[in-house]
Design a protein around this ligand. Structure first.
Ligand code: PMV
Length: 314
């Protein structure tokens, strides 16, 4: 069937500041364009709006999904900005979702699908959306995925730019002085972000002083990392990654699998390494020199990485 509209959105990784960002500290994140979510909308042969997402074994009519289903929520969110929303039973549309972004791995697959979906709908209904609108609608859907998200995922994916992010503030671009390479190693374990975020909250509620101090230290690392990235100081940046990882370990959001990958990357010559995202699973990142990239990638695979993605931050 000939598509009416198609749109895609990249993955992302958090370089610095995960978890502390939920508590107002700055974080840095970059798009990962090697992996993408793609949404295609085509006319359906029968009335109704049908969603086909074979990778997550979903094939459903929109009106059969709960309003709290993130895909349904994104579609209803889009309809809410239309002057005259379509009739769910008369419109004949098939929305097809495909993604090369691993699910629940800290690469922002949920936000990327939402954003690609919003943009495909915007093209299909000839209703342009500004980046700010896409970002705000996607943030509402992120709440269904994560509970109390900071908004960093939807922001970096909407703008497809390296960002310096502070919750509740307008997006600030991260100026990358000189491009650099990172390797992203997948632990192969599902990252339970909703739970880790909730557990961090329980820790903070029980001992605010201790956790505020951890968040402050992470926030300061993110600030210093921003300066290192602007100035191209890779040795210092690697050190900051290592320190950020140690604080995440102290917050109990790392895991033996992630620690093993982080240590393997460092031993093979990475300038620094840390977990990325919610933790307990999902991905880690390593800062690498171009010459040491193959040996670090090999070491990650030997240490159990399910996949290794190389991305250039610029
Ligand atoms: O697991 P991810 O990459 O979706 O990231 C979660 C990042 C947290 O800081 C832990 C939560 C958030 O909403 O920022």
């Amino acid at each position: 069937m000939t598509p009416i509209a198609t749109a895609s959105a990249p993955g992302k990784v958090i370089l610095f500041g995960e978890h502390a960002v939920v508590y107002g500290r700055p974080a840095l994140a970059v798009p990962v364009t090697q992996v993408r979510a793609t949404v295609t909308i085509a006319p359906a042969t029968r009335p109704g709006i049908f969603i086909e997402a074979p990778q997550v074994h979903l094939s459903a009519r929109l009106d059969a999904l709960s309003q709290h289903d993130p895909l349904a929520a994104a579609i209803y969110g889009f309809f809410s900005v239309l002057d005259s929303p379509p009739s769910l039973s008369e419109e004949g549309l098939e929305i097809r979702i495909a993604s090369t972004i691993p699910v629940a791995s800290g690469l922002g697959s949920g936000a990327a699908v939402t954003i690609a979906l919003l943009r495909a709908l915007s093209a299909c209904f000839s209703h342009p959306l500004s980046d700010e609108q896409v970002n705000a609608l996607a943030y509402e859907v992120e709440k269904l995925h994560h509970g109390t998200p900071s908004g960093i995922d939807n922001t970096v994916i909407t703008y497809e730019q390296a960002v310096y992010f502070v919750r509740g503030r307008p997006m600030e671009m991260l100026r990358v002085g000189h491009p650099f390479l990172i390797l992203i190693g997948d632990s192969g374990v599902r990252a339970p972000t909703r739970e880790t975020v909730a557990e961090v909250r329980r820790g903070w509620e029980a001992d605010g002083g201790k956790w505020e101090s951890l968040f402050d230290q992470i926030g300061n690392i993110a600030l210093a990392a921003r300066r290192s990235i602007e100035g191209g100081e890779w040795q210092a940046l690697g050190e900051l990654m290592n320190r950020n990882h140690a604080l995440l370990q102290e917050m109990h959001v790392s895991s033996p699998e992630l620690d093993r990958l982080v240590e393997a990357a460092r031993a093979a010559g990475a300038l620094g390494a840390k977990l990325s995202g919610g933790g307990r699973g999902g991905n880690m990142i390593a800062l690498v020199h171009p010459e040491s990239t193959p040996q670090v990638a090999r070491a990650l695979e030997q240490a159990g990485a399910r996949s290794v993605i190389q991305t250039r931050v610029e």
